[in-house]
Design a protein around this ligand. Structure first.
Ligand SMILES: Cc1cc2nc3c(=O)[nH]c(=O)nc-3n(C[C@H](O)[C@H](O)[C@H](O)COP(=O)(O)OP(=O)(O)OC[C@H]3O[C@@H](n4cnc5c(N)ncnc54)[C@H](O)[C@@H]3O)c2cc1C
Length: 388
């Protein structure tokens, strides 16, 4: 038997899980986070848009996160030969978004969301094997056989989730046709965050604190093509003739700060909740990285769900309301990220046509798209829809 005195169990202490647990705690609810890693992960850096910062402000964690990152104006998009494709003007973007985006190391982000030691009870080295609904609540089973009763379970174990199959069938992940590299360069760059579109490739950078800069490169590569033997040499060669500072960033990146991963995609879950068991973040809606919104939407999810679960005695009703309100909004973000990624990595004629089409689009369209998803107001609209 489970009951309303049981804690809410959060599976996974990534970005989504940390946000959910911090929101539950801020609203006075009892939560336990179970994380399979023995120690917090590192995992490169991330751009955090104002929609995520607004969500974190709701639970009092925004300023801690700002203190751990570095704000940057948004520059725009250039071609690999240096010509500008889209340049909306940094001041105009800041006004539309409500503040600047932040560059932050992932580990620092998760730590800043979680708060001082012990603020959120996290058990590291706790791998969840199964989640089941029970009369009046739910239960999780750990790899060592331990079972924990829960008032509700928040599934936040990422795109490779093994625990969501009780909510809905899990669609298979498919290779998207391109590979991504993420690096942290020991080089200070004081320019606005910029993206570059090349032949079936994309690159970009964003300033971090401590004279470091986060950068990325994605490149079309057939699934059966061999991976480069030396990632550092490969990215230095690809970026050698690109506009500054891309080549310098690749050259100033230690091997330990360069990560390669094939970009994979799977359809979002058909349903995100069943009774008091509910999925958030990449577990519910993995997305391609081109809008830099996967982590931001994971934070919105965690904060909104945490506040609802803390307020609503009927956890199943809260989970269902959350899922109904969020699915439509996030589906649009997932779809746009997929369309952009596909066009950016298409073979040359399609890819070149996509560049040309965007070069003609007025920057007002780019700003409107950012405002609809990445602004402080975008989060506030989502919160209002849920009565928060
Ligand atoms: C190249 C790239 C660049 C990106 N750039 C950005 C960006 O700039 N901005 C942005 O907002 N997003 C970005 N994203 C997306 C972002 O990284 C993800 O959307 C985000 O990490 C999702 O967070 P999550 O907490 O849902 O999942 P994860 O970060 O994957 O966390 C899941 C956690 O669950 C734990 N776990 C897994 N299984 C179990 C289990 N069985 N039991 C217990 N614990 C478990 C894992 O160890 C992990 O800690 C990018 C993604 C990629 C691939």
């Amino acid at each position: 038997m489970t009951g309303s005195r049981d804690p809410i169990v959060v599976v996974g202490a990534g970005i989504a899980g940390a946000a959910a647990a911090a929101a539950l705690r801020a609203a006075g609810a009892d939560a336990v986070v179970l994380e399979r890693r023995r120690e917090p992960g590192s995992g490169s850096a991330i751009s955090l848009w104002p929609n995520a910062l607004a969500a974190l402000d709701r639970i009092g964690r925004g300023d801690a996160v700002r203190a751990a990152g570095r704000p940057s104006p948004t520059g725009g998009t250039r071609r690999e030969d240096g010509r500008w494709l889209m340049r909306p003007g940094a001041a105009r973007v800041d006004r539309a978004l409500g503040e600047q985006a932040l560059g932050i190391r992932r580990a620092d982000l998760v730590a800043a969301i979680a708060g001082p030691d012990g603020a959120v009870a996290t058990r590291h080295g706790a791998t969840v094997e199964a989640v089941a609904r029970r009369a009046g609540g739910a239960a999780v089973r750990l790899a060592d056989g331990e079972e924990l009763a829960a008032r509700a379970v928040v599934i936040a174990d990422g795109s490779g989730s093994t625990t969501i199959s009780g909510i809905a069938p899990v669609p298979a992940a498919r290779y998207a046709g391109y590979v991504g590299w993420r690096g942290i360069a020991r080089l200070r760059v004081d320019e606005p965050a910029t993206q570059f579109w090349g032949p079936s490739m994309e690159a970009g950078f964003l300033a971090l604190p401590d004279a470091e800069t986060y950068w990325f490169l994605t490149e079309r590569l057939p699934e059966d093509a061999p991976a480069p033997a030396d990632d550092g040499a490969h990215v230095r060669r690809v970026l050698a003739d690109w506009p500054a500072p891309m080549a310098a960033l690749a050259a100033a990146t230690p091997a330990a700060e360069l990560l390669r991963h094939p970009v994979r995609d799977r359809r979002s879950l058909r349903r995100w909740s069943r009774g008091p068991v509910v999925a958030i973040g990449d577990a519910a809606h993995p997305m391609r990285p081109h809008l830099a919104q996967g982590g931001c939407q994971a934070i919105e999810d965690g904060v909104l769900l945490g506040l609802l679960l803390a307020r609503e005695p009927d956890a199943a009703a809260a989970a269902a309301r959350f899922a109904a309100a969020r699915r439509r909004h996030v589906a649009g973000v997932v779809r746009n990220a997929r369309l952009i990624g596909t066009a950016l990595h298409a073979p040359r004629p399609v890819n070149a046509a996509f560049h040309a089409g965007n070069a003609l689009a007025p920057s007002v369209a780019m700003v409107a798209q950012l405002r609809a998803v990445a602004s402080r107001r975008a989060f506030e609209r989502q919160a209002r829809r849920l009565g928060l």
